[in-house]
Design a protein around this ligand. Structure first.
Ligand code: UDP
Length: 321
């Protein structure tokens, strides 16, 4: 098949692109190399089944052309990372909402299937455990960047859903919970690459808030398999699926685990949220996905546990040095 991956030079996009090429698909990626990096896909250059198009998701003429000549779109191009979103809220909103709208408009024009990637951020402050797909969204003020980001991704989901229900575009919504692994950068706030690189340099590990907040981390290859599995199953169309791990850890324990596995001399430094992000910043206390739905449909189950994930990130960071 011919596949278009928007955001294909990003962290998840580049792993997805590799996996698709391994399955003999022909992949074009559209990426503006803003948070994505050329080096993530440099190894694929020269492969006849790979083509990188450097361009913006907001360029309608370009997206029109690319969607017309593909069979399916994986839409991953988005502004991600809590820090980036707080620093550049306007750009983040436009990229996420208008970008998805353009992709869906073109998919409608040419009758193509779209896998839209969303985020666990849409659940907001809902701390129910585990979070099912039809759970309530509990949000703070739309004037706080984090909640406007959450809303922007929810708008993407609504667009994908109504394009499917009303206009017959085959869309699938994939809600990614914290996903980590090689190639993820800490530059936009993500905790795992931050902690590992701090530990390797014996620098303080920056735990925000009390560190009692928890997350579940999924290995990127597991996320990629989930995305591909959903794209291949006809009963996924018109539905939303959680994709994530259920192995929960507090951020403070994560810091300790990273120190232990790197053999680092780093100490933990607790930084108040107001300093780490912005005045009045609100974090999510817990975020555990219910993955029954995707497990029932395609048999999804994470294959790599947290320790294996941390080790793989450590190896990646060491190799890069
Ligand atoms: N975090 C932290 N130190 C850092 C970066 C992040 O303690 O240097 C915390 C962050 O406040 C959050 C958790 O780690 O509670 C996960 O953050 P990330 O940005 O990776 O993902 P998300 O907030 O989207 O779950």
């Amino acid at each position: 098949m011919k596949v278009l991956v928007t955001g294909g030079a990003g962290f998840i996009g580049s792993h997805l692109t590799e996996a698709l090429i391994k399955k003999e698909h022909r992949v074009e990626i559209l990426d503006n190399l803003s948070t994505g990096r050329y080096e993530n896909v440099a190894d694929l250059e020269g492969n006849p089944n790979f083509q990188l198009i450097v361009g913006n998701i907001l360029n309608e003429t370009l997206v029109d052309k690319l969607v017309e000549r593909t069979d399916i779109v994986f839409h991953l191009a988005a502004a991600v990372g809590v820090e980036l979103i707080i620093k550049k809220p306007f750009e983040s909103l436009t990229t996420n909402i208008r970008g998805s709208e353009i992709v869906l408009e073109m998919a409608h024009r040419y009758r193509k299937k779209v896998i839209i990637t969303s985020t666990s951020e849409i659940y907001g402050k809902n701390t129910n455990v585990p979070l099912k797909e039809d759970e309530d969204r509990i949000l703070g003020s739309p004037l706080k960047s984090r909640w406007s980001y959450s809303t922007s991704k929810a708008v993407d989901e609504i667009l994908a859903y109504v394009y499917c229900k009303e206009k017959g575009v085959p869309t699938v919504i994939a809600r990614l919970f914290n996903t980590v692994g090689p190639r993820q950068t800490g530059a936009y706030g993500m905790v795992m690459p931050r902690f590992v690189s701090q530990a390797l340099k014996n620098e303080p590990i920056t735990v925000y808030g009390s560190g009692k907040q928890s997350r579940c981390f999924l290995y990127v290859n597991d996320a990629v398999n989930a995305l591909m599995g959903l794209s291949e199953h006809k009963n996924a169309i018109g539905e939303a699926f959680n994709i994530g791990s259920q192995e929960e850890i507090t951020i403070e324990s994560l810091a300790k685990k990273v120190i232990e596995l790197t053999g680092s001399e780093s100490k933990i430094e607790y930084i108040p949220y107001d300093k780490a992000y912005e005045q009045g910043f609100e974090d999510m206390e817990r975020r555990v996905p219910d993955i029954t739905k995707i497990n029932t449909l395609i048999g999804f189950k994470p294959q790599i546990n947290l320790e294996g994930i941390i080790k793989s990130v450590i190896n990646y960071c060491k190799d890069k040095k």
